[in-house]
Design a protein around this ligand. Structure first.
Ligand code: ADE
Length: 226
């Protein structure tokens, strides 16, 4: 999969994709992530990417011209499955959306900034709007990092142990069972005996019960398909 991220603050995206599974996925050729600076496509001498909003509402708005030029350039190079705009008023992001996006070949993600982007970008250039939650971030970069991280890690081949992505919390609308490692006892706090028993059938049963119990207690909305 190829992902192109369009931003006025590329520096914010330098670290999130340079570690762990996401770094390895890129090294293995499972994912290609390209971050583009919208400012590079501004044509005036000050490289202006934002301007005052019409109507006098306070706050700066990302201009359409440099975004249009960049999107058109990328679209001329390949076909994009989705051109996603990150915004708090978009569709709420969850594991199902991540699963869906992980099957695509080419994604473009546009990060909003300042007061917003010229609405014509949303009307004419993007295909989908995603929110990572009901709160407002300074810009779409951290939200885009969440989407890219959660999508890339489930692309087949990104994680060597494929079952590990499938047993994530949320994959069956269930939270995961708790996990433990050595020592079996610390400070008088013990790991559940069943996990030390070596009886894998019983352990699997325990994990399933734990997943159901934790979901019912912590996230009952998931059990009701909300
Ligand atoms: N940009 C600012 N806040 C956001 C949010 N909650 N989700 C996606 N993009 C955003």
């Amino acid at each position: 999969m190829r992902i192109d991220i369009l931003t006025v603050l590329p520096e914010l995206l330098e670290s999130p994709f340079s570690h762990s599974i996401i770094k390895r996925a890129q090294a293995k050729g499972v994912a290609e992530i390209h971050v583009h600076n919208i400012r590079d496509y501004a044509t005036d001498k000050h490289k202006t990417v934002d301007d005052y909003s019409f109507g006098g509402d306070a706050g700066m708005v990302v201009k359409i011209e440099p975004v249009f030029t960049l999107i058109e350039k990328l679209k001329a190079e390949r076909i994009y499955d989705e051109i996603i705009f990150m915004t708090p008023d978009g569709e709420k992001y969850n594991q199902q959306v991540a699963n869906h996006l992980s099957l695509k070949n080419n994604l473009m993600i546009l990060c909003g900034h300042y007061k917003g982007v010229d609405h014509r970008i949303r009307e004419h250039l993007t295909t989908r709007e995603i929110s990572v939650g009901d709160y407002v971030l300074t810009g779409g970069e951290l939200a885009a990092a969440i989407v890219v991280d959660s999508v890339v890690r489930i692309i087949p081949g990104a994680i060597s142990n494929e079952t590990s992505a499938l047993s994530d919390s949320f994959q069956d609308n269930l939270l995961s069972a708790p996990v433990y490692t050595r020592p079996a006892e610390f400070n008088g706090w013990k790991v559940p005996d069943i996990l030390l028993s070596g009886n894998f059938k019983e352990i699997a049963k325990w994990q399933e019960q734990q997943a159901l119990e934790r979901t019912a207690r912590l996230r009952p909305d998931l059990l009701h398909g909300e």
